[in-house]
Design a binder for this molecule. Structure first.
Ligand SMILES: [Zn+2]
Length: 119
């Protein structure tokens, strides 16, 4: 991968990281939900909302972790190298998914394996 492409991807990752962190920081606070609990009928709904929020946040954190890992790998010079076969991950794939750790072939193989395991 050439330097210019790596710089572009770095910018993409940093931008996405800023976006995800901003969303994570400005989500509705638990205390707000607490205050709105005055009506007991709504309580079940509120609890469900809170569960969803927690799920959502966990996913955001996973996204943050993935983005941070991509930046780490960039520093170490291992960015864009498939974790499974050491082959190069195509620039097109990385532009679509900057946090990709596997090349298309290995990703497909893994997904097939996962599909077979859940069948
Ligand atoms: Zn691979």
């Amino acid at each position: 991968m050439d330097n210019r492409k790596r710089q572009t991807l770095r910018t993409v990752i940093l931008k996405r990281l800023a976006e995800v962190s901003r969303q994570a920081g400005h989500g509705p606070e638990e205390t707000d939900a607490e205050e709105r609990l005055s009506d007991p009928v709504d309580q079940a709904t509120q609890e469900r909302e809170r569960d969803l929020l927690r799920l959502f946040r966990a996913r955001e954190n996973a996204e943050i972790r993935k983005l941070a890992l991509a930046l780490d790998r960039m520093e170490q010079g291992s960015y864009g190298i498939c974790l499974s076969c050491d082959g190069e991950i195509s620039g097109k794939r990385l532009m679509a998914e900057p946090t990709a750790l596997l090349c298309v072939d290995c990703q497909e193989k893994r997904e097939q394996k996962r599909a077979a395991a859940t069948r």
